[in-house]
Structure formats: structure tokens, C-alpha cells
Design a protein around this ligand. Structure first.
Ligand SMILES: Cc1cc2nc3c(=O)[nH]c(=O)nc-3n(C[C@H](O)[C@H](O)[C@H](O)COP(=O)(O)OP(=O)(O)OC[C@H]3O[C@@H](n4cnc5c(N)ncnc54)[C@H](O)[C@@H]3O)c2cc1C
Length: 430
């Protein structure tokens, strides 16, 4: 890459903004200057989304990028996770997160719940502060590989062209760059599940009717046939956030975070569930729904030219069953920034991007598989498998090994204890 490299990032989601912040943070440390341009199709970057998990492997990166204080202020530190039976909210298991500083002691960093808009806003302000040029209303429609006379170029729908030494495609699960990288289209297919999200003020959950559920102590997860619901506080504890994972039904909707959901569908589906859960759902006046898509793992993330790389949901859409979608996008960003430091006499950009994908593909795959296992495990119908699961959950506090991917010590060590920057550094040592 040139001494002062032009980097164009397509997409200003968590992945794209994290890439800008990670590269510019590295640039300050290593004196490798970058010109970073972020192109975002949306007309404005505004308050969209709901609660999102910032697990210790992600907090570690936010700390590195100078955002730890802001995340601690706008997020919420859940004390515990409590998993309960669908029908009556009876406790199946309860395990600590930040209580007694478990996460900090075990993995070095806290676990937060945060509104996506707060996390997104923090990354955007930091990216701009570090010098990123940000363009909204910039829907990229074309990638033109470099020629003798020009660098790699991306073109927006209104004909503007942006040249780059490196293009980072962070344009989400429906990425237009997948076809460019693989040569064939691999669309994400519906999984049959969708996610509804809703929020209410904290005072709503302070009703004595909810006593015993411990709603303010951490997250509460109702497990039932084909569905589960997670509730937790966000925004410094100001709001209570509900995420409902349930079958989509026949009327498969488009994949969009701004699509309003039909509250009646929730009421109908959960009619026979814990009355306290139904009371909570009654209090959600606006819901948004998102059709959950998945696609087979991509075998490569780097374009044959060696100057274009996929990251985040573009490379690996993640189902939200272990809360690693945003964390994985951030890990990609951090790994890429660290790997790019190695470009020089010994390693070409192509070598470095190859090393990057070799590190990241298996990691993203294993997070995805953990999510798939939890989807199955959380959604058993009442019967033999559900009884065995509930017995295993009841014993969880006595054992460190459980099929529950959110509380198995070995899985957590791999997931939350992972230091992606250290792993990326190690690729080029020696
Ligand atoms: C609006 C929104 C709200 C979300 N809310 C939640 C939430 O509440 N909880 C949760 O767990 N997860 C949420 N997610 C998903 C979560 O943020 C992502 O799964 C994860 O962070 C990975 O991020 P990403 O940057 O790879 O992809 P994304 O977050 O999908 O970001 C991709 C970005 O690229 C832009 N883009 C797409 N195509 C083009 C193009 N051709 N040209 C230019 N720009 C393009 C999109 O507008 C988007 O801003 C949300 C995602 C979005 C986009």
C-alpha cells in the first residue's frame, strides 16, 4: 500500500465505523497514515435499533479505542442472567455476569447491554474525531478493480467515484460485494425466525406484579417451544429492552431494522405464556421486526485483486443467539487494522489480507455455530429434550460444563476471553 493509503469503507454500521476507528487508532500508534472515507447509503445516521450486547471481548476493543468511559455511561452492567420457564417464569438457572465482578475477573473486562444507537453514535463521533470523512446518501452500486491508470474504485448510484488502495466492504448481510469476491451470488436465506424488539421506561418494570423475576438484576430469558424472549435494562438503566425471537410465519417480511411489527402477532403467539411476560408485552407500544437470515459460511472474504475485503455481517451474518454479531464485526475491524501494520517490504497487502481471513473465518464460523446450537437448545418443545435441558440447567451452578453456550466455561473462555489484537499480532511475529 502507498505510504499514505486511501481506504474506502462501504457502510457506516458498527463494522464500518469500527474499522475506521481501529485503523486510525493504529495509525496514531504506528505512524501509518490513512485517508479514510466512509460511504453510507442511508440519508442520515440516526437513532435506529434496540438493545445490543457488548461482551468482554468487545469491551476490550472499545477500551483500546478510547470509548470505555462512554460505554460505561450509556450502557448498563447486568449483574446476572436468569433463564426461566415459558409457562410461568419459574427459574431454570441463574448465573452471574458482572455480579461479584465475574466478567472482569475472568476475562478482564465488563459485560454491557447498550442501545445500538448509543454504541453506533460513540463509534461515529470517535471516527470523525480521528479524521474520517463521512458521506451519507452514498449508495455504492459498483466496484471497478484497478487498472494501469486508476486505483480500485467504487461508484455510487449518482455516479460519484471514490478511488482506494483498499476497499473495506462493511455493507451488511445483503452486501453487494459478496458476488464480486466469490464470483457468484450467495443470498442470505430466511431461517424461519424473526426478531421483534420493543422498549419501555424502567418504571414500567418496577410494578410489584414482576416481583421474583429480578428484572432489574440482569437479563431474564423465557425459554419455550420455538421461541425465547430476552429482557434487560439499557441507557444507564433508563429503559427496559425486550427482544423476542419467534417463528416468522408465512408472511416473510423484508430484512430491515426499521420495519414496524404487528403487536397483535406477539399477543397471539404468547397468549399461553407467563402472564407476567404478557403484561410486559402489553406495555410495548411500538415494535420493530427483523427477519432473520443466514447463509452458508463464505470460503473467502478477499477479492481476487487482493484490494477488497469483506467484514462484519457482509462476511458472516450472525443469528442473535449468543450476542456476537456486533462483537464479531468489531473483532474483524481490530484484526484488520493490526494486520495492515504488517504491510511493507516483507508482506504485500495481498499476503496480509490472506492472513486476516485465515484468522477470522474460523472464528466467525465458531461464533455462528454456537448461535445455532443455542437456537435449538432454547427452543425445544415440552418433552424429553426439554426435560433433559432443564435438568442440566438446574445443575449448572454445580458444574462448569453445560450445553448452554452462554454459561459453559470453555465456550465463554473462547468467546469472551479472546484477544483478537494479540492473535492478529502473532500472525506476523518471527
Ligand atoms: C439500522 C440497524 C439497526 C440494528 N439494530 C440492531 C439491534 O437493535 N440489535 C442488534 O443486536 N443488532 C442490530 N443491528 C445489527 C447489528 O448492528 C449488526 O448485526 C452488527 O453490528 C454487524 O454490523 P455491520 O456493520 O457488519 O452491518 P450493518 O449493521 O448491517 O451495517 C451495514 C451498513 O451498510 C449500509 N449499506 C448497505 N449497503 C450499502 C451500499 N451499497 N452502499 C453504502 N452503504 C450501504 C447500511 O445502510 C448499514 O448502515 C442493526 C443493524 C442495522 C443496520
Amino acid at each position: 500500500m502507498a505510504k499514505r493509503a486511501d481506504v474506502v469503507i462501504v457502510g457506516a454500521g458498527i463494522g464500518g465505523l469500527a474499522a475506521a476507528v481501529a485503523l486510525l487508532t493504529e495509525s496514531q500508534l504506528s505512524q501509518t497514515p490513512y485517508n479514510i472515507t466512509v460511504l453510507e447509503s442511508a440519508s442520515e445516521i440516526c437513532e435506529i435499533g434496540a438493545g445490543i450486547q457488548v461482551t468482554p471481548n468487545f469491551t476490550r476493543l472499545l477500551d483500546q479505542w478510547g470509548l470505555a468511559d462512554e460505554i460505561a455511561r450509556t450502557g448498563w452492567k447486568p449483574g446476572q442472567v436468569k433463564q426461566v420457564r415459558w409457562q410461568n417464569g419459574a427459574e431454570l438457572t441463574k448465573f452471574p455476569l458482572n455480579r461479584d465482578d465475574r466478567m472482569k475477573n475472568q476475562f478482564g473486562y465488563y459485560y454491557f447491554h447498550i442501545h445500538r444507537a448509543d454504541l453506533h453514535g460513540a463509534l461515529m463521533r470517535r471516527a470523525e474525531q480521528l479524521g474520517t470523512k463521512m458521506y451519507t446518501k452514498s449508495n455504492v452500486v459498483k466496484y471497478i478493480p484497478r487498472t494501469e491508470n486508476s486505483k480500485d474504485t467504487v461508484e455510487t448510484v449518482d455516479g460519484r467515484k471514490f478511488e482506494a488502495d483498499l476497499v473495506i466492504a462493511a455493507d451488511g448481510a445483503k452486501s453487494m460485494f459478496i458476488k464480486e469476491v466469490l464470483g457468484t451470488d450467495t443470498p442470505a436465506e430466511p431461517t424461519g425466525d424473526c426478531a421483534y424488539r420493543g422498549m419501555m421506561r424502567r418504571e414500567c418494570v418496577q410494578d410489584p406484579a414482576f416481583e421474583g423475576l429480578e428484572l432489574e438484576n440482569g437479563s431474564v430469558v423465557w425459554l419455550g417451544h420455538g421461541a425465547h424472549i430476552v429482557g434487560y435494562l439499557i441507557r444507564g438503566g433508563e429503559f427496559y429492552n425486550l427482544v423476542v425471537l419467534m417463528p416468522e410465519g408465512d408472511d416473510i417480511q423484508e430484512e430491515s431494522w426499521t420495519l414496524k411489527g404487528e403487536p397483535k402477532k406477539l399477543k397471539d403467539f404468547f397468549e399461553t405464556w407467563d402472564p407476567r411476560l404478557r403484561k410486559l408485552l402489553e406495555m410495548v407500544d411500538t415494535t420493530y421486526m427483523w427477519s432473520l437470515r443466514d447463509r452458508p459460511a463464505l470460503e473467502k472474504w478477499v477479492h481476487p485483486t487482493g484490494n477488497l475485503v469483506l467484514i462484519g455481517d457482509a462476511a458472516h451474518p450472525m443469528l442473535p443467539y449468543v450476542g456476537q454479531g456486533a462483537a464479531s464485526a468489531a473483532e474483524d475491524a481490530a484484526a484488520l487494522a493490526e494486520c495492515l501494520n504488517a504491510v511493507g517490504e516483507r508482506h504485500s497487502l495481498r499476503d496480509v489480507l490472506d492472513a486476516f481471513q485465515k484468522l477470522r473465518i474460523p472464528r466467525a464460523f465458531s461464533m455462528r455455530e454456537a448461535g445455532r446450537r443455542n437456537r435449538q437448545y432454547f427452543h425445544f418443545p415440552d418433552g424429553q429434550e426439554q426435560r433433559e435441558r432443564d435438568q442440566a440447567l438446574a445443575k449448572e451452578s454445580e458444574t462448569s460444563s453445560t450445553p448452554n453456550q452462554l454459561n459453559d466455561d470453555k465456550v465463554l473462555q473462547g468467546m469472551y476471553g479472546y484477544d483478537v489484537i494479540k492473535e492478529a499480532k502473532a500472525l506476523f511475529e518471527g
